[in-house]
Design a protein around this ligand. Sequence first.
Ligand code: GYE
Length: 328
Amino acid sequence: MAKRFSALVALAVGALLTTSCGGGGGTTSAGTGGGGDAITMGFSQVGAESGWRTANTKSVQDSAKNAGITLKFSDAQQKQENQIKAIRSFIQQKVDVIAFSPVVESGWDTVLMEAKNAKIPVILTDRAVDSKDTSLYKTFLGSDFVEEGKKAGQWLVQEYKDSKDPVNIVELQGTTGSAPANDRKAGFAEVIGADPKFKIVASQTGDFTRAKGKEVMEAFLKSTPDIDVLYAHNDDMGLGAIEAIEGAGKVPGKDIKIITVDAVKDGMQALADGKINFIVECSPLLGPQLMDLAKKVVKGEQVPARVVTEETTFTQEQAKQVLSSRQY
Ligand code: GYE
């Protein structure tokens, strides 16, 4: 119990550190290395836009330490140009392996070719790229975002199965051009598309942040009468939207039903409180698998081209049961 408590404190302190010094696109090192076959990993993170991202950063940093891998960590502040700069700097520093979570899907071929020519293996983590040349990276570790969008749609279809009335949906999309925004939109649209009563009446990006989620939801509430459902591509945008809905004198979870993706602690709390109706889980705890894959690719061992994270979904009742044991 005492051990568990101190682990939780460490987690909270770690989260604070990550958010407060995540600026500048600079690079910081952590980890031990040591020994002849020590591994140095260059990791280019998207940013610190959400609770999911904070938990993901912590998972990567902790796992590197545990695996004895020296980590050069760089925060791109959600800018592709910063990620490209970081990758070039990792190549110059001759790291053993580069891992990164591409903020958007396209535009990576040139820099990935530079890494390939320098014989530095690349691992995609969390988000995918749309490069035709799959030899530019060794593997892609992360969630199936299309599947997540489908699960969101399936809940909605079930929820309104007895209704003949139109269901007006507004959608808060993730970062424009990012794999999770593209795929969560597509999976959801495919499932609800089977029944014409479901209508997406407004859809706009909230860039995966709470502040943008609130701002865009305020605009939706002004421009769009009769919103039945909000589908937000992550918890943080949903949480921002809840503030906007309450500000407009409506009751989130009742007047407007809310579906989100991620299942970070704040999202799960809102779900347990009845303000969100359904959350599709997306796990940020990719660190341990990433370090295992890194060790293998550095040794030149074969790894699967795709490693998919296992995930579930949560209703309000389920959130109440698991909330206290949620790690992030
Ligand atoms: O859902 C969102 C974050 O790429 C899966 O990025 C990740 C997404 C996650 O900002 O909260």
